[in-house]
Design a protein around this ligand. Structure first.
Ligand code: BDR
Ligand code: CA
Length: 316
């Protein structure tokens, strides 16, 4: 039986890449894709989710949820790197802009409809998930698991020296989710940084004649250009895609139980994830944290998965 998942995303090229994989993966049943503000402001995130689902036209249409700003507003986004629309400004059309339900409502509905069966794959700030938990306080125990891309254990941050982007965008929500009584797996920057999709990855994408190939061949080159200009890297990170592989292929990831929390106020450390790694920890373990991965296997899986998505969308 395929695993029921909700993808909570702020697309973003790497969220989009993860969607290309998940929506055609026979091991997953994507019951909903919920938009959250992060790489782009909430309205744009909602539009991007609708546009991506429409462009890809997957066999099962997921429900789509609309993003709204975090209570404290969104402190940053990635538009200076990836374009005004966050997807390289390649003008992705969306024919039918509907007014979807709020993301947190969709999360509540879908988890309630299949208690203990739904995995939440959180690839953006944790705004929606914290709100869903606030709206329905029993929800944390009804979710099968939350797999979160975010934070950093011992490496540096990527948006400030201390903080990773997703957590920095909404540290108060991140703290609420970290502290909730849910089963969690954190996939931090320390490990997602170890996977780099080099230029040959671009050549091996599904052909232009497939929906997935056509879409990725438009949105990924601007991301490669941004990485080269900004960081001198001959490739891109795909943090969200790696996180999705941790859901489908946990065998290539090493994990450790840890006690983690989020700094919500520090002048220099706001949004930093903090783990009690003292010899005699006083905090109780509240999540499983990925500490290592097999980068080669992960890249092969991404390629295999996209090749499959290409076949599913050939000639359409
Ligand atoms: C995370 O931040 C966003 O820019 C990416 O989409 C990813 O989810 C990496 O820090
Ligand atoms: Ca993301």
């Amino acid at each position: 039986m395929p695993r029921k998942v909700i993808l909570d995303v702020d697309p973003g090229f790497d969220d989009a890449l993860a969607l290309c994989m998940a929506l055609f993966d026979p091991r997953l049943e994507v019951v909903a894709v919920t938009a959250v503000g992060g790489n782009v402001p909430p309205q744009q995130a909602t539009r991007n989710v609708q546009a991506i689902v429409e462009q890809l036209d997957p066999p099962r249409l997921p429900r789509v949820g609309a993003a709204s700003p975090p209570d404290a507003g969104l402190p940053v986004d990635s538009r200076h790197l990836y374009g005004i629309d966050g997807l390289g400004d390649v003008e992705i059309q969306v024919a039918e802009l509907r007014a979807p339900h709020p993301s947190e409502k969709i999360i509540c509905d879908e988890v309630r409809a299949a208690p203990e069966e739904v995995t939440l794959v959180a690839l953006g700030p944790l705004t929606n998930i914290a709100r869903a938990f606030q709206r329905d306080p029993e929800l944390p125990s009804l979710v099968h698991r939350i797999v979160i891309m975010g934070g950093t254990v011992s490496g540096s941050g990527n948006i400030t020296p201390a903080a990773e982007f997703n957590i920095f965008c909404d540290p108060v929500s991140a703290r609420a989710v970290f502290r909730s009584r849910s089963t969690k797996t954190l996939v931090p920057l320390d490990v997602t940084n170890r996977v780099i999709l080099t230029f040959d990855f671009l050549d091996q994408l599904p052909a232009e004649a497939t929906r997935v190939g056509k879409f990725l061949r438009r949105i990924l080159p601007p991301a490669y250009r941004a990485y080269r200009q900004e960081w001198g890297l001959e490739g891109i990170h795909a943090h969200d895609t790696v996180t999705l592989v941790a859901v489908t292929n946990p065998e290539w990831f090493k994990t450790q139980e840890m006690a983690g929390d989020v700094e919500t106020r520090g002048e220099l450390t706001k949004g930093a994830t903090v783990f009690d790694r003292r010899r005699a920890p006083a905090w109780r373990c509240n999540m499983e944290v990925v500490t290592d991965l097999d980068a080669e296997k992960v890249v092969e899986e991404i390629q295999r998965n996209l090749a499959h998505a290409g076949k599913c969308t050939a000639g359409r």
